[in-house]
Design a protein around this ligand. Sequence first.
Ligand code: AMP
Length: 250
Amino acid sequence: MRSSRGEKHISGAERLLDFAQLEEAASGMLRRALRHPRGSAETISLTVEAQNLAEVKTKPLLRLMTCEVADWQQGRQCAAELLEATGLNPSLIREAVSQLGAGPSPTGGVMRGAILLDADTGERLEADQSRGVRVSRMDIEPDAHREIERLLSTESLANPRVIEAWVLASKVASYREIIAELCWSDDPDYLTGYVASAKNGYQRITRLKESGSEMGGRIFFVRPAAGLASLIDKLEHEPLLFTAPSGEGT
Ligand code: AMP
């Protein structure tokens, strides 16, 4: 689903589910688009596409951790440290964080998808800097729902927003060309963001922006040695379902 008002991106959402759940999921997405904290939508696009179940791979979610911070400044410091722990260059990280805070689209607003940032050169690699790359075709494996909600309920996190971001980050981190991801929401009421990587897992940070700010986005730090086009194609089109994280705890 994608919704907008004029040129302004309002919201988007992606699911990968059984045909029997389609009507319920579609009306949930419509509800969400119509009552979004970024404002009401004028245009809502819903695309439904059949997938061959035999082609859908299953992987475990990243391990989930939460970094509690007092304010967004401390949160951004924490994000920078977590990104550095994945081996990224500190000056590249500073530049990336300020790009996201300032509004990463060419008009200074939010993008519909993510920035692809070359981890060695700092160059932006997405062809359209307003759209970016939209990760799609991922969800929780139906039999794993109960276990994942149980894991999250111990931390009072069992809500669709947390699950969707965790699934998206786990798909992104599953490609070896991706070193890490940084995200905070464009929803003015939602201040939590994360740093995710295959190396160190999904690390939620409780505050990454000021309350009331509509600025947010995602940056994927990449080394696309094997080819940018193939990486973008996998991010946008490869269907993946996720089970509970492997190993102890969340
Ligand atoms: P959200 O977490 O939904 O508030 O989204 C925050 C930002 O992440 C948006 O402004 C987009 O720039 C980006 N984004 C949202 N959904 C996706 C997606 N499926 N793939 C890539 N980037 C996304």
